[in-house]
Design a protein around this ligand. Sequence first.
Ligand code: HSE
Length: 327
Amino acid sequence: MKLHFINSFCYNPLSGSGSHVKDRITIQAPATVANMVCGFDVLGFAVNDPYDEMSICFTGKPGITIINEDEYNLPTDPERNVAGAALLAMLEETAGDIGFELRICKHIKPGSGVGSSAASSAGAVVAANWLLNNPFTNEDLVRFAMNGEKLASGVKHADNIAPCIYGGVTLIRSIFPLDIIQLTAPPLYVTIVHPQIEVRTSDARGILKQQVLLKDAIRQWGNIAGLVAGLLKSDYELIGRSLEDVLIEPVRSILIPGFDKIKQLSKEAGALGGGISGSGPSIFMLSKDEETAKAVEQQMHSVYERLSLDHHTYITTINQQGVKLIV
Ligand code: HSE
């Protein structure tokens, strides 16, 4: 499916202001893998495939009109749509009676665990910012887009939003106040399997324990620090050792059929490691090279074929650009 918006009328209140203005902005917003196993709510990275497509223009009347051009039948009421919630937050800080028409063509299935709601929220505000001639910083855009995440999962978190906007691997040291650190990483191949079941982020958060044992916390922060160090030093072995989650995965993995088997077989096939993508049900594995990523994909297929479970797989790489301007 492709966006088809070419002939619709666009009004541009910035025309005639003397600055270079575009009447319509079209973008691609990448899928993201949040948590990166041990970094619950603080680490995430963007991938090159899949991505959503969106286009935005001014309408000439205040408010937001949402038009869905995909099969998902998501709400078009801006207060009930994650992209709408993000744009409403942005409009609160925008001078003038501005209105947008947003067309959304999602390719990232909602509830898949690869940042579908973040792609919508982040893509919408980045596109709107370009249309407005960039009055807002990336940090502002993360702040607006987190309103979409709040609508989707009940809480603000930025571990999908930040990598979607900035690209690459991001560390969100804090969200109040926002403190986002872009991390370098060595080349990595990402294999993702999406079993065709839906896990709502709000449900996957609701089952988590609110308290942790000190010994588990020590192990977890050792892993987070090890993962960050491994990424910065391009130390694949350290990255692999640090991809361990003793807090969240033991609770959430029961929601994902075949999880333990996929993890075991992927590592035997040479993956550095991996785990639940975001709140699931997708599972991701990192590999050093494409051949290993393909061998991992075969193992994922074999597990879900044995379980007769429909699934999609992706072999992709880390997206360094974030939301991309198309026209
Ligand atoms: N950090 C969030 C969670 C990501 O795991 O609930 C949701 O995609």
